[in-house]
Structures are given as structure tokens and as C-alpha cells.
Design a protein around this ligand. Structure first.
Ligand SMILES: NC(=O)C1=CN([C@@H]2O[C@H](COP(=O)(O)OP(=O)(O)OC[C@H]3O[C@@H](n4cnc5c(N)ncnc54)[C@H](OP(=O)(O)O)[C@@H]3O)[C@@H](O)[C@H]2O)C=CC1
Ligand SMILES: O=C(O)CCCC(=O)O
Length: 492
């Protein structure tokens, strides 16, 4: 347990990873106006430390420095850039325990999950270190006898990044790694709830040899100001954002002024479908991870669980048995599966979804209320009798609420699953190969998990269709978002 910056420091093998300055243009700095804002431990509600509350001027300096630094960085060979990124990966893994503790303290997820996230974030750094050497162009047979056509790929330019609190390490890692691998400069603005993981990453980036100014971490409570700076500053050539669809729309509108390239990882409303031929135990295990990973605070979390009528009761019973074995508590304590939710607002959203469903006829099978621990701890909850009229069916809950819908036919459930503006992740469990093929093709989602509840990996393209976003992160495709294509026509 901890209750202050001193206590958190004392838990770290390397206390210098806990930073209370921002990292701007290669310098560790405070805000120009000296203001700070608190970082709170959601498990205890107490302040861990204060960090600088930067404004547009400091962010503009970070952008200018990134523009300068990237000239030399982009001129390096892919292999040279790869070497620095590889060192950064090694340092992240060598400091996994400390990075995990910092992450748990500011975000609340259990330490094992936090350390898993650090490894997951680092895997993007490792992956894109490898990809830095493979930014291939193309040779195209000329359209006239004297013409030779080549296509080269070049770094897009300075990237501005805005990320959420739910994955304070991995969301930044999977943006900054391809950006640096491609030769870009990068200015990160981490979520105001979770700036400490980002600052710790910057410490390690500096130690790995990332040139000063190439990568800045601008802590700030003034999110909309920073968003405007990114969108209005002509040195920024790309905006990458993970967060809600609502804020994504605001940023897209702002970025339109400069016709700026944008990558958007936005909200989801993932269906999780259990057909009557599914391996029920596997489906329950998949639902546990897909629904309850990060306490349900993940954009790829199952939000709507559709269970075919024949197995509805059996699935509900087995899921309740699995949930009953879990423990809620401070993420730094051992044996905890569920930490606190990030904020009081988050708890209220879960309560609203439960109240709405109850009013419209649903039933609580388990949980359904704040946990006896108080604060923002919430009981993992299962509800049955959920119908499409309920708010849960069209809004992301972002909390530990598993709502079970009953369905009869394949056609019906595909229509229900696709009846949303979102299209990020989807999951289903079945064994009939014909059904598996039909359903995976019919789901209007960027990602489909078949007989698995965990699809995230650095080797695959993560991203959504419809209003869940633009672009892909991870895999070889993840580099493309940070590269511009240039076609060269040579007359010989
Ligand atoms: N797809 C995903 O991965 C995520 C989806 N969500 C969904 O969004 C809901 C709300 O969560 P929340 O964290 O508030 O998500 P937001 O979209 O509000 O926040 C994400 C990031 O955007 C910043 N931000 C907020 N407003 C602006 C703005 N006008 N201009 C620029 N940046 C801005 C936030 O800053 P600050 O930290 O200061 O608020 C944060 O860094 C969740 O309940 C969930 O449904 C949330 C997080 C991740
Ligand atoms: O919730 C998010 O913002 C991203 C999901 C994390 C992942 O699975 O990669």
C-alpha cells in the first residue's frame, strides 16, 4: 500500500523513474507559469505528486525542437534508428517492475496487469525497431519508354499525440515507436490522470540515446489547448489520438483546417457472441478476459454479451462462478484481480447503465453496486435479461458490467452485433466451421476474435471501422501511418 510520492519512490528499485518535471525539447522543466496539477492514486484517492501544467507555449517549443531534431534522426539509417529503439525496449523490460508500480499507482490496474502492459508497450518498441529497417519503396515499370518510376517513403514529419489513461504506457508506445522508427519527431501529451508512466518512458528514452528534443512529454491539464496547438501549429504534420469518439470528432474538425493526417483509435461497443455449439468453458474464460481486463476499461472490452438461448442459463451460471473467484482491491496488493475504476465519473456511468437496465426489466445476477472498500471500487457485475432498448446496448460502459443478451438465430445476432456506430473489436465462440466463416466475414469490425477473448498484439493491425477510428497501430501496417509516399518520375 502507498499514500504519497515518498512511499511510491520507496517501492522503486530506481526512484529516478518517478519524475515530477515535464520533458520538453530535451530538458526536464516546469510550466512557464509555474502551475502544477495533482496525480492521484485511484485506489486510495490521495495525491501521489504534482506535475507541471504546461500550456501552448511550452508545447510549441517541444514541436519546434522535434522539427529540428528529426532532421538528423531521419538522415540516420533504419538500422541506426533501430539500435536506439532496441536499447529503449531493453531498458523498458529491465525496469518492468518499477514501470508497473508507477502505472498501478496512478491508474489502479493490478500490478500483474500493469507489468503485462509494460511488456505489451515494450513489444511495440521492439517490433518497430525491427520494422525501421524495412521501409521499402517500389519500382514501377514506366508508362513511356523514357520514363522510370520509383516510389519512396519518407517520415511524415512532427507527430502530436494525445492518449488516454487506461493504458498509460502502451498507448504511447504504440504511437511513438513507429513514429521514431519512421524518422519522425514526436510530442506526447499523456492523459492528465496518468502522466507518470509517460515521464518514466521519457527517462528511459533519454538513457537509450533518443536525441534530445526528438521526443517530448508535455504534461498538462489543458487538454483542449494542447489539442489546438497540435492542430494549428504548421510544423505538426500528423495527429494521433486514442480516446473517445466524441473527442476524436472534435480533433478531426480542428485538424481539417490544416488538412492534417490523423490516426484515431476511438470508442468501441464490442459484441461477444456465444453460439450454442461453443466450448462453454472456453467461452467463459474468453469472456472473463475480454470483459474484465483492466476492470472493463478497455476500448476492446466486450460490452454486449450475446448468448444463444440453448446455452444462456448455463453460460450465465458458469460466468458467475468464475467472477465469484475474483478479488477486488488495491492493485499493489497481491491476489487482486480488479482495482478501482479511474474516477467517480466512471463509477457513475456504470451505475447509470445498471439503473437504466433495471428500469427496463433486466436482473442483477451478481454485484451491481459499489464495493465495500469504498472510493471508486465497484463490484464485478453480471446482468441478465438485457434487451436492445437499454443504454448498455449502444453505449460503451467502460466498467466491470457484463450484460447478457439472449438470442435465437445467427442472422438475428449478426444484425444485433452490427447495429452500432462503432466497429472496433468483436468476439465470438462457435465450433461449426461454416458458421465461423460466415460470422467472421459478416461482423462489421476492424478486429474479430474467434474462440479467443484476447486479440491485442504488436504483430497485428489494431484499429476500427465506422466511428471507431481511422488507421491501424501495430504490425507492418502500423508504419504506414507515419510515412508519406513520394512518387518520382525520371525521364532518361
Ligand atoms: N478508445 C479508447 O481507448 C478509449 C475510450 N474511451 C471512452 O471515452 C469515455 C471517456 O473517457 P475519457 O478518458 O474522458 O476519454 P476522452 O476522449 O475524453 O480523453 C482521452 C484523451 O483526450 C484528452 N482530451 C479530452 N478532451 C480533449 C480535447 N477537447 N482536445 C484534446 N484532447 C482532449 C484527454 O485529456 P484529459 O486526460 O485531460 O481528460 C485524454 O488525454 C470512456 O468512458 C470510454 O467510453 C476512453 C478512453 C480510451
Ligand atoms: O483501450 C484502449 O484504448 C486500447 C486497448 C488496449 C489494447 O488491447 O491494445
Amino acid at each position: 500500500m502507498l499514500d504519497s510520492v515518498t512511499n511510491l519512490s520507496s517501492l522503486l528499485k530506481d526512484p529516478s523513474l518517478l519524475c515530477t518535471k515535464a520533458y520538453v525539447a530535451g530538458q526536464w522543466v516546469g510550466a512557464d507559469d509555474g502551475t502544477t496539477f495533482p496525480v492521484t492514486n485511484p485506489a486510495r484517492g490521495d495525491v501521489i505528486c504534482e506535475v507541471p501544467n504546461l500550456g501552448r507555449a511550452e508545447v510549441a517549443r517541444a514541436i519546434a525542437a522535434a522539427e529540428v531534431a528529426m532532421k538528423e534522426w531521419a538522415a540516420r539509417t533504419g538500422k541506426e534508428r533501430a539500435g536506439v529503439l532496441r536499447k529503449w525496449f531493453d531498458l523498458m523490460m529491465a525496469n518492468q517492475d518499477d514501470l508497473g508500480k508507477i502505472l498501478t499507482a496512478e491508474m489502479g490496474k493490478p500490478l500483474a496487469e500493469a507489468k503485462g502492459e509494460v511488456a505489451y508497450g515494450a513489444s511495440y518498441v521492439e517490433w518497430f525497431a525491427e520494422e525501421a529497417k524495412r521501409v521499402y519503396g517500389e519500382t514501377i515499370p514506366g508508362h513511356q519508354r523514357d520514363k522510370r518510376i520509383t516510389v519512396i517513403k519518407q517520415p511524415i514529419g512532427v507527430v502530436g499525440s494525445i492518449t488516454p489513461w487506461n493504458f498509460p504506457n502502451a498507448m504511447i508506445a504504440r504511437k511513438v515507436a513507429p513514429a521514431l522508427a519512421a524518422g519522425c519527431g514526436f510530442v506526447a501529451r499523456p492523459a492528465s490522470e496518468t502522466p507518470l508512466s509517460a515521464l518514466a518512458m521519457a527517462v528511459l528514452a533519454e538513457r537509450a540515446g533518443v536525441p534530445g528534443g526528438l521526443f517530448s512529454v508535455c504534461t498538462s491539464k489543458r487538454a483542449s489547448d494542447i489539442g489546438k496547438e497540435f492542430c494549428e501549429n504548421h510544423a505538426v504534420k500528423k495527429l494521433t489520438f486514442t480516446g473517445s469518439t466524441e473527442v476524436g470528432r472534435i480533433l478531426l474538425r480542428q485538424a481539417a483546417e490544416q488538412v492534417m493526417k490523423c490516426s484515431m483509435e476511438l470508442g468501441g461497443n464490442a459484441p461477444f457472441i456465444v453460439f450454442d455449439d461453443a466450448d462453454l468453458d472456453a467461452a467463459v474464460a474468453g469472456a472473463m478476459v475480454s470483459k474484465f481486463r483492466n476492470n472493463g476499461q478497455t476500448c476492446v472490452c466486450a460490452n454486449r454479451i450475446y448468448v444463444q438461448a440453448g446455452v444462456y442459463d448455463a453460460f450465465s451460471k458458469k460466468l458467475a462462478e468464475a467472477v465469484a473467484k475474483t478479488t477486488v482491491g488495491d492493485g499493489l496488493s497481491e491476489e487482486v484481480n480488479f482495482g478501482p475504476l479511474i474516477s467517480e465519473d466512471a463509477v457513475e456511468k456504470v451505475e447509470e447503465h445498471i439503473a437504466d437496465a433495471l428500469k427496463k426489466g433486466a436482473k442483477i445476477e451478481m454485484g451491481g453496486k459499489r464495493h465495500a472498500l469504498g472510493g471508486t471500487f465497484f463490484e464485478p457485475t453480471i446482468m441478465t435479461g438485457i434487451t436492445p432498448e437499454m443504454v448498455i446496448s449502444h453505449e460503451e460502459t467502460f466498467g466491470p458490467l457484463a450484460p447478457l443478451f439472449k438470442f435465437e438465430t445467427e442472422e438475428e445476432v449478426i444484425a444485433l452485433a452490427n447495429n452500432t456506430i462503432f466497429g472496433l473489436a468483436s468476439y465470438f465462440y462457435a465450433r461449426d466451421i461454416g458458421r465461423i466463416t460466415r460470422v467472421q466475414e459478416a461482423l462489421e469490425y476492424g478486429m474479430v476474435g474467434v474462440n479467443t477473448g484476447l486479440i491485442s498484439t504488436e504483430v497485428a493491425p489494431f484499429g476500427g471501422v465506422k466511428q471507431s477510428g481511422l488507421g491501424r497501430e501495430g504490425s507492418r501496417h502500423g508504419m504506414e501511418d507515419y510515412l508519406e509516399m513520394k512518387y518520382i518520375c525520371l525521364s532518361v
